[in-house]
Design a protein around this ligand. Structure first.
Ligand SMILES: Nc1nc2c(ncn2[C@@H]2O[C@H](COP(=O)(O)OP(=O)(O)OP(=O)(O)O)[C@@H](O)[C@H]2O)c(=O)[nH]1
Ligand SMILES: [Mg+2]
Length: 306
């Protein structure tokens, strides 16, 4: 074993924070390619996803978590639980905040969750979206957030312009334990293509639909198969909570559903580098966000609090 192998560092880093601060965008930027769904609407991420970055001296395994927030539904409860479980399993916790906004109730909810029970974890404070903060205001922004988590190593970044991202990787690598790599270097995420496809379809819907419907939407991929003609055939169902929402998602002359389908297909083709034939349909599943059986079928498990 040579010196390099002996000093190799590897570990898991949770990206925790309120919805919409840019956690998934940051994962995509760090990976240099799109693996996670991103949208301007909160609560885009609904399940844990890994972004595995293998460098010569270290392997950084980012865990993209659902945004932590004050919940109103069983779904919200499941999302917070997922985030909480992620936090308890990692080596480093990164609290991601939006530097262009004031700290909010959801930010504090996230902060409280990640320092709960005096977890002995290394902490990093990622102040994101600094492309929207004037140079002269940055120290004050940093200080405001740092006073809320004084034990964390702070870094200012922009996930969209990449500013500060190299420094962030250096800070995190420094905090990781000496450990051999957990994954092969060609592994970049742990989700299967069909699961990512479901997220990209929901991302497309979030992009095109107005406020009220998106949160009521769930996507299930029913088929995902390679065809003889080289195209990949994907069929998916979009679930909404009410008949009226079904009308909105389909739209006049099915215009909306077509628009969602086209956006999703383009993103899926970009990611997989191949042609996709995408077929979407819409179904009503009344009150699914509060239906434990439906949530379980979608892969959300609500556990009883100990
Ligand atoms: N200006 C600017 N916008 C950003 C930056 N990072 C993310 N955004 C935007 O912020 C919005 C939310 O980004 P996401 O990556 O989906 O946020 P998230 O934290 O994963 O959100 P949830 O999955 O809902 O918890 C999107 O519109 C992004 O384009 C940034 O550094 N600068
Ligand atoms: Mg996200």
């Amino acid at each position: 074993m040579n010196q390099d192998t002996l000093n190799y560092k590897a570990g898991y880093i949770a990206l925790a924070g309120r919805p919409n601060v840019g956690k998934s965008t940051l994962v995509n930027t760090i990976m240099g390619q799109k693996i996670a769904a991103v949208s301007p609407k909160p609560q885009t991420t609904r399940r844990r996803q890994l972004g595995i970055l293998t460098l010569p001296q270290s392997q950084l395994i980012f865990v993209d978590a659902p945004g932590i927030h004050l919940q109103h539904h069983k779904l919200g409860e499941a999302l917070n639980q997922t985030a909480e479980e992620i936090i308890s399993d990692v080596d480093v916790i990164a609290w991601v905040v939006d530097g262009s906004a004031e700290p909010s109730g959801d930010d504090l909810q996230a902060r409280d969750l990640l320092i709960q029970g005096k977890r002995r974890k290394k902490l990093v404070l990622i102040v994101n979206k600094i492309d929207r903060v004037l140079e002269e205001n940055r120290p004050a922004v940093l200080e405001r957030y740092q006073s809320l988590l004084p034990d964390a190593r702070p870094v200012l970044v922009s996930a969209t312009t990449k500013e500060g991202v190299d420094e962030l990787l250096a800070v995190i690598s420094d905090l990781l334990p000496v450990h051999p790599p957990y994954y092969d270097e060609d592994e970049i995420t742990d989700l299967y293509e069909r699961e990512i496809a479901a997220d990209l379809i929901r991302e497309a819907a979030l992009k095109h639909l107005r406020e009220e419907v998106p949160h009521a939407l769930a996507v299930r991929v029913d088929e995902f198969k390679e065809r003889e003609d080289g195209k990949t055939y994907v069929a998916a169902t979009l679930f909404v909570e009410r008949e009226s929402q079904k009308g909105i998602v389909i739209g006049q002359g099915a215009e909306m559903l077509k628009r969602i389908g086209t956006s999703a297909r383009v993103e899926m083709e970009k990611m997989g580098d191949r042609s996709i034939f995408l077929e979407l349909r819409v179904k009503v599943a009344k009150g699914w966000r509060d239906d434990p059986d439906f949530l379980r079928r979608l892969g959300f498990e609500i556990k009883k609090k100990k």
